[in-house]
Design a binder for this molecule. Structure first.
Ligand code: 5RP
Length: 223
């Protein structure tokens, strides 16, 4: 199986996991990226089993709508059973790095609301220690240089993601060189920097279940 086939397999595993638990009134949160796109395409096949979706990005909203899936604004959703999304890295505790696609803030908000966060990823994303993938940090534009200096102080090497503006009108600093042995602590520390909207560590709210695509089949990891 190639990487795309692994992504497709975990997307289908997420569908198989949620379908028995969906009700007509259920709302499904949907992530962003190539793995999430396979999930959206598979979700179209069961669109009559739930009410609506909440999108974690404009791109995801467009794709959902193109399949005829109703998309709600998060503010009108009091309860969400599932959030399904990919990741850039995961450790065995299901702490994640996300934001390679720049949608980390909305992804984190939707994940916070969801009862169950289902992560879908191919085996290349599983690491012992997070940080080989540069950690995305969303910043208010005028705070970019200030936050970058502070991130250097934390031992990172921030790079401004060129020609990229988030759906929230902000910028991304990709932080290289971090050896993230305390994901929860670092998540909190970076979020406390003035001018940071949020960072791509999902450790305080990790995934609850991970479907990992491997050449031996889809493995299921629980937190
Ligand atoms: C977007 C994300 C994605 O989930 C992450 O980048 C993984 O993407 P892909 O499924 O394309 O590998 O966090 O902000």
């Amino acid at each position: 199986m190639n990487q795309n086939e692994l992504k497709q397999a975990v997307a289908q595993a997420a569908i198989d996991h949620i379908v028995p638990q969906l009700k007509q009134e259920s709302i499904v949160g949907v992530g962003t990226g190539s793995t999430a796109n396979y999930f959206i395409d598979a979700l179209a096949g069961i669109k009559h089993s739930f009410d609506s979706a909440v999108a974690s990005s404009e791109a995801t909203a467009e794709r959902l709508k193109s399949h005829g899936i109703s998309v709600l604004e998060l503010n009108v959703v009091p309860h969400m059973s599932f959030y399904v999304d990919g990741a850039d890295e995961t450790n065995e505790n299901l702490h994640l790095i996300k934001g390679g696609g720049g949608a980390l803030t909305r992804e984190k908000i939707v994940a916070a609301v969801a009862e169950t966060f289902v992560c879908i990823a191919d085996e290349s994303k599983l690491v012992d220690v997070l940080g080989e993938f540069p950690l995305p940090v969303e910043v208010i534009p005028m705070a970019r240089s200030y936050v970058a200096r502070k991130l250097v102080g934390l031992g990172g090497e921030p790079e401004w993601r060129q020609d990229f503006v988030t759906d929230n009108g902000n910028l991304i600093l990709d932080v290289y060189g971090l050896d993230i042995v305390d994901p929860k602590g670092l998540e909190q520390q970076i979020n406390q920097l003035t001018g940071v909207v949020t960072n791509g560590l999902f450790a305080q709210r990790p995934a609850d279940i991970l479907f990992l695509g491997t050449t031996q089949g889809v493995k299921t990891l629980h937190r």
